[in-house]
Structure formats: structure tokens, C-alpha cells
Design a protein around this ligand. Structure first.
Ligand code: AMP
Length: 417
């Protein structure tokens, strides 16, 4: 595999998959340009080398149909302003060969939203999964997806994937296209490389003690993550809403707290597996309960095994935080995914804010910390600590799948794993 930093793009046409799935207001103006800023180092290096750029992305979920509200044409000027060069726009991704051929070094062509084409995601449209015709339609769509990827590939000499947020999908632009470039002409962009290194730092090269903090609402959404981590971590902190299933499974009285009865056997088997593998599984011992699921609920600190009826655990109590602080501050590698309380409510955000502080402090003391998954990223941002952890991952779903131990198709297509 070639290293992006070492590649000289002079005279080369590069087709770069970025994640420009930015939020827009009703006027079509960008309300948060983080994702565009994230791709700039990769795009700028190619232009500065003397290469030309074909930039492609999806936006929203148009489901294979043209939807003017999700046209990338709306953001062409904003991208041009950030790159400081004019940006041409190709309104038809499948018919942009002429425009791509005409590009001179230093010029940029932005393709329309890839997901206006059903071929991008490769899912058959208008056929139900239960329909016997589905498997035929799926095969046909696969061929169409390959053709679409081949067309995109024909625009350029080099393929760069810098869209970590979609790396867990085998789409035309994220993985299939890589088949049309040889190993010396496809590579991960700078943002993608950083994400992959960050995940490798915790999953493959972790310094011990390694602590994972898993919070959030449901066990069901993170069971695979928890199971994979049991083979890697020394400490596993389980907090937030998902912790109550573990407490109830042990016979605790959890009042009206969030829980999933059907997952209680799984919770017990996770506890048994942790014991067998010598992992210190640290559950909450005390919660701040509220008498309704609202910010202005009455609050009381209660023992996690004795939450009164009519009350639900909504934040981590001081006794839990004391335990977790000790574990986090003595760690050399920290992975954090998911808040330990309903941090969107100011009155129940304390515990999550404390965890963010401990992770920042451990990082200052030399630990490597990776924070990822939508809500934990929102939490470190909320507490202004994003620049005090080692790495904040941009891809929620992709990061979770990587921690589950799955190979990401977007990375595998380039690395050939
Ligand atoms: P997830 O998307 O699974 O990471 O879950 C994040 C959500 O979990 C956030 O919206 C939190 O408000 C929610 N959450 C965390 N702790 C609790 C709790 N004790 N009860 C209810 N929801 C919670």
C-alpha cells in the first residue's frame, strides 16, 4: 500500500471520496462545516503537489433518487472558498468524463451526490426483501454497482479514500472503486489514516492497563463491542442506561430505570466471561435518580441495587465516579464510547462531565485516549475537552464496527486485507 504523504500527485488526477455530508438549513447554507474542514489537508496536499482533484461524496439519504435539497451543488462555493480555488460542478456523476478529462493541474471538479444513484449503495430499489425477485434484482444491482464504480474510476489516475464515516459500507465509491486501481494508485487520505492509526493504537498496540468506558442507552447496540473488548482490556467500565440491565440481571431493584429484560442472560454471561478472562468489570454502585425523564425532575442519590419505584437512574452517583476516577487515572490506554448519564439534561450531565475530565487528566499524565461514537464526541465537545484527549473519532458507526473487530470494507479495499 502506498503512503499518501509520500505520494507525489504532480500531473495526476486524483478522485477523492470525502465525507461532505454536512447539515444544511432551509436556505441550503451549511450549519456545521467540521466535515469539510476535516478533508482539507488531504485535498490541499494534492493541489499543492500539482495534481487535479475530482471530489465525490454523499449527502443525506436520497435513496437512489435525485433530490435537489440534497444536491452537493449547494456547497460547491463553500468548498471553493475553503480550498481557495474555483470548484467546477458535475451534475451527473455518471457522465463527468469530459469534465474530468479537461481538468488541469490545480483544478477541482465536485461530483453530484453519489447517493442520487442506487448503484452507489448497491441496494435493489422497489423490490421487497421478502419478494422472490429480490435475489435476481440484487445480482443485477451488483453488476450495475461495479459499472458505476468503474465509470468513477475512469475519471482519474489515483483513488484516495478520506471518508472514515462511510468506511464500514461497501459502496461503489468507498470500496468497489478500489478494484479498478492497482496497489500503487490507491491510498487512504490523511483523515482516514489518522482514524485507522487511532483505532490500531487501542485495539492492536494498547499500553496496559487498558480501560474501556462504555456508556449510552442500550446493551443491545453495544453487545458486540463489549464482547470484543473483553479479550483486550484490563478494565471495563459500563455506565449509563445500559448498566441497569446488568444490575437487574443480578436481582437488583432498578425502579423505572431503562433496561432490556431479554438481554439479562447476555449481561450475566458478559459478567462471567469478564471474571474468567480476569477483566475488572466495573458497574455503577450509585446513581442519581430522577422522578421523571426531564431536566427539572426531583433528584436523589440512591444505591444502584435499591432504586425506588417511580424513580429512574439518570446519572452516575459520586460513589460510582470515585471508583471510575481511580481506574481511569491509573490507565495507559483509554477508549470511551457513550455517556454515563442523560447528559443532554443539564441537571444529569455531571457524571459524564466528570468522566470527560478524568480522561483528559489521564491523557495529560501520558495515557493514550480515544473518544468515539456520536454522543461521547458531543459530550467532550460540550465540556470543552475535545483538544485534551488524544483523538476524537469522526465516524460513529465505522468506529463502533472497528471496535467490534470487524474489518472495514473501505479500509480493506485499499490495504488488501
Ligand atoms: P448511545 O447512542 O447508545 O451511545 O446512547 C446515548 C444516549 O444514552 C444519550 O442520549 C443519553 O441520554 C442516553 N443515556 C445515558 N444514560 C442514560 C440513562 N441512565 N437513562 C436513559 N438514557 C441514558
Amino acid at each position: 500500500m502506498v503512503n499518501f504523504k509520500d505520494f507525489n500527485f504532480a500531473g495526476q488526477k486524483a478522485i477523492v471520496r470525502v465525507d461532505f455530508n454536512v447539515p444544511l438549513n432551509e436556505k441550503g447554507e451549511i450549519t456545521d462545516d467540521t466535515r469539510i474542514r476535516g478533508a482539507l489537508p488531504t485535498l490541499k496536499k494534492i493541489l499543492e503537489d500539482g495534481g487535479s482533484l475530482i471530489v465525490m461524496s454523499h449527502m443525506g439519504k436520497p435513496k437512489g433518487k435525485v433530490n435537489p435539497k440534497l444536491s452537493l451543488g449547494q456547497i460547491a462555493n463553500a468548498v471553493a472558498a475553503k480550498l481557495d480555488v474555483p470548484v467546477k460542478f458535475a451534475p451527473d456523476c455518471a457522465k463527468a468524463k469530459e469534465a474530468a478529462d479537461a481538468l488541469k493541474p490545480g483544478e477541482v471538479l465536485l461530483l453530484e451526490n453519489l447517493r442520487f444513484y442506487p448503484e452507489e449503495e448497491g441496494k435493489p430499489v422497489g423490490v421487497d426483501k421478502e419478494d422472490p425477485a429480490y435475489s435476481v434484482a440484487k445480482k443485477e444491482m451488483k453488476t450495475r454497482q461495479e459499472l458505476f464504480a468503474k465509470t468513477l474510476a475512469s475519471y482519474a489516475d489515483v483513488y484516495v479514500n478520506d471518508a472514515f464515516g462511510t468506511a464500514h459500507r461497501r459502496h461503489a465509491s468507498t470500496a468497489v472503486i478500489a478494484d479498478y486501481f492497482d496497489a500503487d494508485h490507491k491510498m487512504l487520505g490523511l483523515l482516514m489514516e489518522k482514524e485507522v492509526v487511532a483505532i490500531d493504537n487501542v485495539l492492536k498496540n494498547a499500553q496496559h492497563p487498558f480501560t474501556a468506558i462504555i456508556g449510552g442507552s442500550k446493551v443491545s447496540s453495544k453487545l458486540a463491542v463489549i464482547k470484543n473488548l473483553l479479550d483486550k482490556v484490563d478494565n471495563l467500565i459500563i455506565g449509563g442506561g445500559m448498566g441497569f440491565t446488568f444490575i437487574k440481571a443480578q436481582g437488583g431493584h432498578i425502579g423505572d430505570s431503562l433496561h432490556e429484560d431479554d438481554l439479562m442472560p447476555e449481561a450475566l454471561s458478559v459478567m462471567a466471561a469478564a471474571k474468567e478472562k480476569g477483566v475488572n468489570l466495573s458497574l455503577s454502585v450509585q446513581t442519581i435518580a430522577g422522578d421523571k425523564f426531564e431536566n427539572d425532575a426531583n433528584r436523589q442519590a440512591v444505591d444502584i441495587f435499591n432504586i425506588p419505584d417511580g424513580w429512574e437512574g439518570m446519572d452516575a452517583g459520586e460513589k460510582s465516579l470515585e471508583n471510575w476516577k481511580k481506574i481511569i487515572l491509573s490507565s495507559k490506554t483509554i477508549l470511551w464510547n457513550g455517556p454515563v448519564g442523560v447528559f443532554e439534561f443539564e441537571n444529569f450531565a455531571h457524571g459524564t462531565g466528570e468522566i470527560a475530565k478524568y480522561v483528559a487528566e489521564a491523557t495529560k499524565n501520558g495515557a493514550y485516549s480515544l473518544v468515539g461514537g456520536g454522543d461521547s464526541v458531543a459530550a467532550v465537545n460540550k465540556f470543552g475537552l475535545a483538544d485534551q484527549v488524544s483523538y476524537v473519532s469522526t465516524g460513529g458507526g465505522a468506529m463502533l464496527e472497528a471496535i467490534e473487530g470487524k474489518v472495514l470494507p473501505g479500509v480493506a479495499a485499499i490495504k488488501g486485507e
